[in-house]
Design a protein around this ligand. Structure first.
Ligand code: MRU
Length: 356
């Protein structure tokens, strides 16, 4: 069976793709079960993104790109024009899955541009889209490796690195952004250990970051989110590294809820706070954090943990899934071309003039 996989695939594989469709490692079941879900249509892909079978900004983008291919494969059209109009509707549908990670609309737009870029027949467009989705995936892994090298240099020779949520291989095409930086430092011989915020309510830290770190042999300690400030105050944290879902033109960073708390506490305790993200997460069209759409998820995710209700019936719960960390708390933004430093408006723009 032909498989569509990039040559630089990581050992942790949240996404697989063959001619029967897409296979996603169901992240809702980790760390208890490693089970892949088979998806054949773009609507199934949209639902998988919405329900967090796959999550993490770059992984969502790659999944959506493959979703575009699955959608394109089933389009029945009278003409190229009709084909492209139907493909745009697939793209609009996929973009609605989750609002905050800009990688989703970035990937859909890139696929639409590729489809329209030449006078190709529908069959040739499908072929071109398949190659483009693979390219997006391959480039993401390469970007993570590069970020790893650039970011590792910023970490101390020894010490504990705090991270929030999961910005690892599971959240990307492979290797990871924030966890890629940590992996690269560890692989370079630095004596690094990880403190993983458990990341209530979805527990990306406790379930996914801990699972990944164990797989690659990096010592990891899971902490309740509320413990990070105290550990920083006791001098137990050398640096903080997190990922991002969208970085505005002024350097404000949207990431998993709770990231802002970490950044403020890091500043208070004189600890460097870094963000690692590929350029596909930087949205120069969004002026500041105020303009970033923040996803609010079902309050049930707060009311329940492991299938057990925690709160009394009849009380309300709020579930904002992301927050915005103002640029002034960020020591550096590690990308695949350079580490951007404040002032970010100029530095982020300059990143797009570089070649990776
Ligand atoms: O709700 P999630 O799990 O999709 O949120 C993920 C994050 O906030 C990650 O930190 C971010 O997407 C960066 S992933 C490399």
């Amino acid at each position: 069976m032909p498989e569509y996989l990039p040559p630089n695939l990581d050992i942790i594989r949240p996404i697989l793709w063959d001619d029967k469709g897409l296979l996603l490692l169901d992240q809702r079941l980790l760390p208890w079960r490693e089970k892949y879900l088979r998806l054949r249509t773009w609507q199934e892909v949209r639902e998988a993104i919405r329900s967090m079978v796959v999550r993490g900004a770059p992984a969502i983008g790659i999944t959506a790109a493959i979703g575009m291919v699955l959608g394109a494969e089933r389009i029945k059209a009278r003409s190229r024009r009709d084909f492209l109009a139907k493909l745009r509707r697939v793209g609009e549908g996929l973009k609605k899955a989750r609002p905050t990670a800009v990688n989703l609309s970035w990937a859909v737009e890139r696929m639409l541009e590729r489809a329209a870029s030449e006078e190709l027949s529908p069959a040739d467009i499908v072929e071109a889209l398949r190659a483009e989705a693979l390219k997006i995936w391959e480039e993401d892994i390469a970007a993570n490796r590069k970020m790893g090298r650039l970011g590792a240099a910023l970490l101390p020779e020894e010490g504990a690195i705090l991270t929030h949520c999961n910005a690892g291989a599971l959240a990307t095409g492979g290797y990871g952004t924030a966890l890629g930086v940590i992996r690269a430092a560890f692989e370079a011989g630095k004596k690094i250990e990880v403190f993983a915020d458990e990341t209530r309510p979805w527990l990306q830290g406790a379930r996914l970051t801990a699972w990944e770190m164990k797989k690659v042999g990096i010592p990891v300690t899971v902490i309740p989110d509320v413990a990070s400030g105290s550990l920083m105050h006791q001098g137990k944290i050398a640096a903080c590294v997190v990922g991002a879902d969208r970085i505005a033109a002024n350097g404000d960073v949207a990431n998993k809820i709770g990231t802002y708390n970490v950044a403020v506490l890091a500043r208070e305790n004189g600890i460097p706070f870094y963000v690692a993200a590929p350029r596909s997460t930087i949205d120069l069209n969004t002026k500041s954090g105020k303009d970033i759409p923040i996803e609010w998820r079902d309050p049930k995710e707060v009311h329940y943990c492991g299938g057990k209700r925690l709160t009394p019936k009849g009380v309300a719960a709020a579930n904002p899934a992301f927050d915005v960390t103002p640029a002034r708390y960020v020591r550096g933004i590690i990308t695949e071309v350079a580490v951007a430093k404040p002032p970010y408006k100029r530095a982020l723009k300059a990143l797009f003039k570089e070649t990776p």
